[in-house]
Design a binder for this molecule. Structure first.
Ligand SMILES: [Zn+2]
Length: 282
């Protein structure tokens, strides 16, 4: 029963909101019915997401009014969610993470996709991180089991939440963060090589200063970001490896760990090269 589930999510600190429900023919419970373009996927509350609550009395009241409401969960508070809606999205994510997808809570969505739960990143929603892969973060929400999809299928757990959520792996986090401002379309790069060298300095500096407990993550992320420059032909792989190794030694990491982390981060980064449009005239 969806009230029981809604109360359980709220007990874990996840703000809950009642969402419309599709009927057996796939029509939405909203006034638009069969003409609704998001059947069973939009909030029942007038103010939508902003009214999401962890208060058990409020939730009980909502479900008293709408016993069959789908269960919406606000993201960005307790968890962020990788929203995969196609086989292409799933393969893209596995490829990005070199087949090492963290084993946190996984939902099979009613539409046949997957939701992978992670600790909040602090970032908002991102649409089209990869083909078939969106990110639901601050200001977003997802449907959760036992919600119903317009196809008639239920949202179900492939793997239930247990203690703790995995952090987003560095290559995924770097995609969510997006390219550095100077590499975005609205900031044409006039000196890509100079920019890449500045990024190399900044990343090496960050690794060298990383506090204990964050060193490996920082190194992994730096290797990924710089790998994207290498993939774009803006930095030389050997130089990146050499600079990052020196920085990581300075931070106090061991040789074997340094080597493995740099290799995996750079490999993932090179698969996602920054796109840059060199200018003929500076
Ligand atoms: Zn509707």
């Amino acid at each position: 029963m969806s009230l029981t589930a809604a109360l359980a999510y709220a007990r874990h600190g996840i703000p809950v909101l009642p969402v419309h429900t599709p009927d057996q023919g796939g029509a939405c419970s909203c006034l638009r019915g069969a003409r609704c373009d998001r059947p069973g996927k939009h909030p029942r509350l007038r103010h939508g997401l902003s009214e999401a609550s962890t208060d058990p009395r409020q939730i009980t009241l909502w479900w008293f009014h709408w016993p069959r409401a789908n269960v919406g969960l606000r993201t960005g508070v307790v968890m962020d969610v990788a929203d995969i809606d196609s086989a292409e999205g799933w393969h893209g994510l596995r490829h990005l993470l070199a087949d090492d997808v963290p084993a946190g809570p996984w939902v099979r969505t009613g539409g046949g996709g997957r939701h992978l739960w992670f600790r909040p990143t602090g970032f908002g929603n991102r649409v089209g991180l990869l083909p078939g892969l969106d990110w639901r973060g601050a200001g977003g929400y997802v449907l959760a089991p036992p919600s119903k999809h317009a196809t008639g299928a239920d949202y179900t757990w492939l793997r239930r939440p247990s203690a703790g959520l995995p952090v987003s792996p560095a290559p995924l986090l770097a995609l969510i963060e997006g390219p550095p401002p100077a590499l975005r379309d609205d900031h044409p790069i006039t000196h890509p090589d100079r920019y890449a060298e500045a990024a190399l300095d900044a990343e090496a500096d960050r690794v060298a200063r990383a506090p204990v407990g964050t060193r490996n993550d920082t190194l992994n992320r730096a290797a990924f970001v710089l790998g994207r420059f290498v993939g774009a032909g803006l930095l030389d792989a050997a130089t990146v490896r050499w600079e990052l190794t020196a920085a990581a030694r300075h931070a106090g990491l061991g040789t074997a760990e340094i080597k493995g982390t740099i290799r995996s981060g750079m490999t993932a980064g090179r698969r996602q090269p920054f796109e840059h449009r060199p200018r003929s005239a500076a």
